[in-house]
Design a protein around this ligand. Structure first.
Ligand code: FAD
Length: 470
């Protein structure tokens, strides 16, 4: 077994996991001047033929952009993304109705996951105090000594010691497993009953098959399909459905029958043959929500990104929250002069309530996206919220705006949302009650003459049957 460690006086920070959050975090830490080493289980995705991973594209919004800006990457990534200004709701009959995400000019971006990861790794590599180690799968580590053991694909093992270990190794984190052995560590995970499956909608005559600057949604109450645009003019459609529904469909004809019933307008766009083939390429993929607390052990180790808080993907915030973790950690490092013994507990104290809040919001949006968007009351309230935001931009801010277009702390956004809901619902109740009382008052004060209450038909009858007096 080979052991290596730095000989310089520079503190060594090991980032375990070179995915989206790990690669970005490595840039933040290298920028501070630490000697940074990234350990990634997979081979270098920039050289790999096939990149296995989760969704093909994802929605980048304000929090993620702010983190990218911090390491000078915002412009580059934004220029490679496709703006989505609104949701486009597809009804069963094929009618399309947009629901804007925010004010004019506000949008989220569809970005390619693999490309973003590659760009972040290449950026990290530019720092002279950075070393990227691929094909290093963390097997074990010690919270006391900071000694980590990695498995290599050739069967060898490597041991490395670090002053600080940053666990960015995703929802099934090997780093987090050690936390479970420590006392006073809270942990919960929930698999939702839905799985997801990705299908490709190819271009038509070299152009997007649907309007590109939208996140298309086919909400069907208990399940839904969404589609995000890609730079190559394809759309990636993601079908979210309970596992038992996925399993009920066993033949190509049944796939078409199901799509004919639920998403008829998408069939000619995805293509009958492609649908029959691609539906069976992979089974539905599971989605897990993980909450834990605290995010650190002593002054040695800290969790970030999905390793700390995997959330279901319905608010489009998993990566954005993970990117924001990096900014928050960086801000606290400034505040406490990089003293890990103070920075790590403070990071847990500050960040846990926010990450738990976004985990809960993502679960809430799981229902909003597939069911509430079909409701007239929901659409009415969206209009009321947007109108009030327009009139009083500082007092009433829609929840989606706070989460997606600001850096308002997630848990504060939730608190404010509850308060706004109370105020708006009370306001609506008062308006309706006031309207009814007002109308009653006017009627009482100015009772209409009996004649005005008589319809023309009644008048005619009265005339015909009237007793004539001489
Ligand atoms: P990961 O991306 O999982 O990266 C973890 C890395 O660690 C991987 O490279 C892995 O190989 C490596 N690793 C694992 N174990 C080890 C080990 N033992 N040793 C060394 N390395 C290891 N978020 C958004 O913000 N917007 C969206 O629109 C969005 N859409 C999504 C759609 C779907 C269908 C899904 C499933 C998720 C979506 N997300 C979205 C969430 C987003 O994908 C995650 O939050 C994000 O990938 C988290 O990044 P991460 O780096 O923490 O973890």
């Amino acid at each position: 077994m080979e052991e290596s460690s730095s000989t310089s006086t520079q503190k060594v920070v090991a980032v375990v996991g070179g995915g989206l959050v790990g690669a970005l975090n490595a840039c933040f830490l290298a920028k501070r001047g630490f000697s940074v080493e990234v350990f990634e289980a997979r081979e270098d995705i920039r050289k790999a033929q096939i990149v296995k991973g989760r969704s093909i594209n994802l929605a980048l919004s304000h929090r993620g952009r702010q983190a990218l800006k911090h390491v000078g990457m915002e412009e580059k990534i934004v220029s490679q993304g496709i703006p989505m200004h609104a949701r486009m709701i597809h009804s069963l009959g094929g009618k399309q109705s947009p629901i804007p995400y925010g004010k004019k000019g506000q949008y989220i971006l569809s970005v390619d996951r693999a490309n973003l990861n590659k760009e972040l790794l290449s950026e990290a590599e530019k720092y002279s105090n950075m070393k990227l180690n691929f094909d290093h799968k963390l097997k074990d580590w010690s919270a006391e000594t900071g000694l980590m053991t990695f498995d290599r694909s050739d069967g060898s093992k490597q041991q490395i010691r670090a002053d600080l270990i940053v666990g960015c190794d995703g929802a099934f984190s090997a780093i987090r497993k050690q936390f479970l052995r420590c006392g006073r560590f809270d942990y919960s995970q929930t698999y939702i009953p839905h799985g997801y499956m990705e299908l490709t909608m190819p271009p038509v005559n070299g152009e997007f098959a649907m309007k590109p600057n939208y996140l298309h949604i086919w909400p069907r109450n208990t399940f839904m399909m969404i589609a995000l645009p890609n730079l190559d003019k394809t759309f990636t459609c993601t079908l979210f459905m309970p596992f038992e529904e996925f399993e009920k469909i066993t033949t190509g004809d049944e796939v078409i029958e199901f799509f004919q019933k639920q998403f008829p307008d998408s069939i000619p766009l995805i293509g009958v043959d492609a649908l029959k083939r691609d539906y069976f390429r992979l089974p539905g993929q599971a989605m897990v929500s993980v909450k834990c607390c605290p995010y650190h052990i002593g002054d040695k180790c800290v969790l970030m990104g999905d390793a700390a808080h995997a959330v279901v993907p319905f608010y489009g915030q998993g990566m954005n929250a993970g990117f924001e973790d990096c900014i928050v950690f960086d801000e606290i490092m400034d505040q406490f002069s990089e003293d890990f013994s103070v920075v790590l507990p403070e990071y847990s104290r500050v960040r846990v309530p926010d990450d738990h809040a976004i985990a809960d919001l993502a679960m809430y949006n799981y229902i909003e996206m597939r069911a509430h968007v079909n409701s007239k009351w929901f659409l009415f309230r969206k209009h009321v919220d947007n109108f009030l935001h327009f009139v009083m931009p500082k007092t009433i801010i829609p929840l989606y705006t706070m989460v997606t277009f600001t850096r308002t702390r997630y848990h504060e956004a939730v608190k404010r949302w509850h308060w706004q809901n109370k105020v708006i619902n009370c306001g609506l109740l008062f308006s309706v009650t006031g309207g009814v009382l007002g109308a009653s008052y006017v009627l009482i004060k100015n009772p209409p003459s009996v004649n005005k209450l008589i319809t023309p038909a009644e008048e005619m009858w009265n005339r015909l049957t009237a007793v004539r007096t001489p």
